[in-house]
Each structure stands twice: as C-alpha cells, then as structure tokens.
Write a protein that binds this ligand. Structure first.
Ligand SMILES: [Zn+2]
Length: 63
C-alpha cells in the first residue's frame, strides 16, 4: 500500500538564497534589462540593446 503523503519530519531540508534584482532602463533607447545582485550603485553599465554607456545613480530610482 503506497502512502501518498510523505512524513514531513523525514524530508531533507532544502537551501535557498535571496536575490536583489534591479531593472535598468536605458535613457537613449528606453529599453530595459535586469541584473541580479549587481554591484552597489552608482554603477556604470553598457545598454545591452544599443550599447550606450551610462551611469546609474541611487538617486535615479524609479518606483
Ligand atoms: Zn539603449
């Protein structure tokens, strides 16, 4: 006879992590992209769509 539900106490413990996902919007082409766990701002990045280089400041946050 098969048991459909496992005993919770006998299951292995999983591990997890939390990611900070930032969305960057290019001021030239207005397309956006995301980076998980980026370096701290301000950060200098090239737009992956048009290649424009720009600086992202913490004060330029869009909520
Ligand atoms: Zn761009």
């Amino acid at each position: 006879m098969e048991s459909e539900s496992k005993n919770f106490a006998t299951q292995s413990s999983g591990i997890y992590s939390q990611e900070l996902l930032l969305h960057f919007t290019c001021v030239d082409c207005e397309k956006w992209w995301s980076i998980g766990d980026p370096d701290t701002l301000p950060i200098e990045l090239f737009c992956p769509w048009c290649g424009s280089k720009q600086t992202f400041e913490e004060t330029n946050r869009l909520d």
